[in-house]
Write a protein that binds this ligand. Structure first.
Ligand code: UDP
Ligand code: MG
Length: 324
């Protein structure tokens, strides 16, 4: 069997400080994997320039001139980390057998690629890189980042805990992933939806080698919000549930107000006012929840996600030769 071709997909946004340091590290890892006979000599390191405003693209073109193993693509403008990774993966999928996406700042242990490729050779098609410890992150970053995963899971977006966008995906899985046509993408929530055999590889997260994080709390919250709303309709369910609770409470409120009226403790008009307020409040929220359910359904339908994906067959489909 010929060796698999690996493409590393590396998003870069304003990383002129980092790239000259980490590019040789990626190159070394690729060379090691090739010399150990795990991957093909045709393997490549693909940088995705995400509309950087500094010299990142110049550095990438320089690298590609010096060494054919480095290649680069550039997005017409800054579209954000998730889109940059997606662009790279889609570029790669028809050229290689496996992809590994990783940030370019050296925070994720590059050597974990060895374990990822081993897992692929053992038959896994998706391998998640998971941060075992976050000792180098500040308490605040750790607290907010871990809170992010708990919030996501609670809101119905199943994601692998402490796994960011460092993962191996086979081209076969990417072919199916390409059928997920949605525009709002949250890769770490979507990749598990495709299925296929997967496993995790653990590593320690290091500090950024140079430059600054592009993910301050504000962007992280935006990512969490995007992730929840694009993967789950649970917030709508919560509204419907709240509507139900308020309706029950209102019903009790109405009975209570009537009892009060009969007991004669109240001024004229109070009972009817309370009854109307309770009734309207409960009904309105409940109706909003019901309408929301339908909107949730429409939302999921508009994504036009594949309804099934076949991973194995005991027979080979007939391939028509005539394609006229
Ligand atoms: N990145 C990108 N586009 C953006 C922001 C970030 O391609 O708009 C890249 C960035 O170059 C890096 C990766 O995404 O390779 C992760 O960003 P960063 O290290 O700033 O995030 P953190 O690790 O702090 O969460
Ligand atoms: Mg980083």
């Amino acid at each position: 069997m010929s060796k698999p071709i690996l493409w590393m997909v590396i998003p870069c946004y304003n990383e002129e400080m980092v790239l000259p340091i980490t590019a040789p590290m990626f190159r070394q890892e690729l060379a090691d994997l090739i010399s150990e006979g795990k991957i093909s000599e045709q393997s490549r390191i693909c940088f995705v320039n995400d509309g950087s405003k500094d010299d990142t693209w110049q550095i990438i073109t320089e690298l590609s001139k010096q060494d054919e193993h480095f290649i680069g693509i550039s997005q017409s403008r800054n579209r954000g980390h998730q889109n940059a990774v997606l662009a790279g993966l889609m570029e790669a999928k028809d050229q290689c057998d496996i992809t590994i996406s990783i940030d370019c700042d050296g925070q994720d242990d590059i050597h974990a690629m060895h374990a990822m490729v081993d897992a692929y050779l053992d038959g896994c098609e998706v391998v998640y890189g998971v941060r075992a410890r976050r000792t180098t992150d500040t308490f605040f970053k750790r607290f907010t980042a871990e809170g992010f995963y708990h919030l996501m899971n609670w809101m119905g977006a199943d994601i692998v805990f402490n796994h960011a966008d460092y993962r191996l995906i086979s081209s076969r899985v990417l072919d199916h992933f390409a059928d997920y046509k949605e525009v709002n993408i949250f890769l770490r929530g979507m990749v598990p939806l495709v299925g296929f055999k997967s496993t995790s590889v653990y590593y320690d997260r290091a500090e950024r080698i140079a430059g600054e994080s592009h993910y301050p709390l504000k962007k992280m919250l935006a990512l969490a919000f995007d992730g929840i709303t694009s993967l789950s309709v649970k917030p709508i369910r919560l509204i419907a549930g709240l509507g139900l609770v308020i309706s029950v409470l209102s019903f009790i409120g109405v009975i209570w107000a009537i009892i009060q009226a009969f007991a004669g403790y109240v001024v004229a008009g109070w009972t009817s006012t309370v009854c109307i307020v309770c009734f309207m409040g409960g009904i309105q929220l409940l109706c909003l929840g019901v309408i929301g359910e339908y909107i949730g359904k429409i939302y999921m339908e508009t994504k036009a996600r594949p309804r099934y994906i076949i991973s194995e067959r005991t027979w080979a489909p007939y391939e028509r030769e005539y394609k006229g």
